[in-house]
Design a protein. Structure first.
Length: 145
């Protein structure tokens, strides 16, 4: 806590972080990500936005291209990604998520969404759901650039 942070704001920040960790843990329990490492998940998240080269992924993740190689190899052998020649530069390979993995990813997200919808509907009163909606709007303001 910085010296000019009010104690209530500091305590609230602490509680929010703890609750987000617990929520993340609940999401993982609903639809485990499998054997992907955090670095592999970061690549998957980037490739969801569209195809990319290994060197562009390395730059985006702040690592050397050589360090990206083992991550790409593991994702490729697991059937998560596929490569195709870059139409603008035949020396490069554009990496993208396989359709099979996209389907698994979407199924996991749907499981998490279903779980959260159910928890909200069964554990919170309609009035509490409205409070949560207001808190969610505030959270959007916190994370907005």
């Amino acid at each position: 806590m910085s010296s000019d942070t009010p104690p209530f704001a500091s305590a609230l920040a602490h509680d929010l972080r703890a609750n987000f960790r617990a929520l993340k843990r609940c999401f993982r329990e609903q639809a485990p990500a499998g054997e992907l490492t955090p670095a592999q998940l970061a690549v998957v998240n980037r490739l969801e936005a569209g195809p990319s080269t290994a060197s562009a992924l390395a730059r985006a993740e702040g690592m050397r291209p050589q360090s990206m190689g083992p991550i790409i190899a593991a994702l490729d052998s697991a059937g998560v990604i596929q490569g195709a020649p870059d139409p603008s530069d035949g020396r490069q390979t554009l990496l993208s998520l396989t359709e099979t993995f996209r389907a698994r990813l979407n199924a996991r997200r749907e499981a998490r969404q279903d779980w959260l919808e159910g928890v909200i509907a069964t554990r919170l009163t309609p009035e509490e759901q409205q409070v949560l909606a207001q808190a969610n709007a505030l959270l959007r303001r916190i994370v907005a650039p």
